[in-house]
Design a protein around this ligand. Structure first.
Ligand SMILES: [Zn+2]
Ligand SMILES: [Zn+2]
Length: 291
């Protein structure tokens, strides 16, 4: 109760500075709503009582936050809700609704995304995820290390996390092509009853490199031209196809290198030239945005 009194005092004091302070009912409604919901769900309330952050735990014990931005017409108009979800979160609201209704809708949404986060958490725990560096709860993409300079990029459907995700491989052709063939040939083995990671292992007939034995740096080799790993948000995903070389390069670095060589040839958005390391033929397929 002390907490409530302080917040109210500060809120009322702050509104004195505002041109159009919310009507007094706004505060009484909001305070009543917060008390119905329970102060233990509140993580943060701003001094003007216009922004409220709530926390919730899903049935797997994961912590989630929702931020509510209220306008002066609350509760006639719903607050804007901000969540870290891979799908849209739209609240259904009537003027008689209260914060607890939003909270319950939030809990229901968490429950509906449970399997998606289970699948992503398992990938994050058991494999080396190269991208994104720090996945948020809304991130549906993962690039997972398969071996040296070989990785698979997954785009998981948050509504159907048990289905075969959109996949593409990054790495040298002689390693990637057999994986593509396995994926095509074994697609029928995909079992929606089984977790995503297990399915991937069976369809690709591989074990993902273990986090226990290997370090992330074992998979994230620096670019052979600029000697960095990250360059403007890109990673060295162009790999020399010669099995004895296998040197990775950034697309931009390799493009610049090949452009400077008179022996290179360009055909549409494909450039043929020589690997700066082993002088064997190397092909650079430019993504359109880089041209
Ligand atoms: Zn580079
Ligand atoms: Zn090479």
């Amino acid at each position: 109760m002390e907490e409530l009194k302080t917040i109210l005092e500060v809120a009322l004091k702050n509104t004195e500075d505002l041109h159009t302070p919310p009507p007094p009912e706004y505060y009484s409604h909001l305070i009543r709503d917060i008390e119905t919901l329970g102060w233990n769900k509140i993580v943060y309330v701003d001094t003007g009582l216009s922004s409220v952050k709530l926390k919730a735990e899903d049935s797997r014990g994961r912590q989630h936050l929702i931020t509510l931005k209220l306008n002066a017409k609350y509760p006639a108009e719903p607050p804007d809700c901000f969540v870290d979800f891979p799908v849209q979160f739209a609240v259904s609201w009537i003027p008689q609704s209260s914060l607890i209704d939003i909270y319950n809708q939030f809990l229901a949404a968490l429950e509906s995304l449970k399997e998606f986060w289970d699948a992503m958490d398992e990938i994050d725990e058991k494999t080396w995820v190269l991208e994104p560096e720090n996945p948020t709860r809304s991130a549906t993409m993962r690039r997972i290390a398969i071996g040296n300079n070989v990785s698979i990029n997954l785009e998981v459907d948050p509504r159907h996390p048990a289905m075969l995700p959109e996949c593409f491989f990054l790495g040298a052709d002689h390693v990637v092509n057999p994986l593509k063939i396995k994926l095509n040939n074994n697609m029928h083995l995909w079992n929606p009853e089984v977790r995503l990671l297990q399915n991937l292992k069976e369809v690709l007939e591989i074990e993902f490199p273990s986090r226990i034995v290997l370090e992330k740096s074992d998979f994230s080799m620096d670019c052979g031209i600029c000697y960095a790993y990250r360059l403007d948000g890109t990673v060295p995903d162009q790999v020399c196809d010669d099995p004895r070389c296998g040197q990775p390069f950034h697309q931009a670095c390799l493009y610049e290198w090949l452009q400077s060589l008179p022996s290179s040839r360009q055909s549409f958005h494909v450039i043929f030239g020589e690997c700066p390391y082993c002088n064997k033929p190397i092909t650079l397929k430019m993504s359109m945005k880089k041209l």
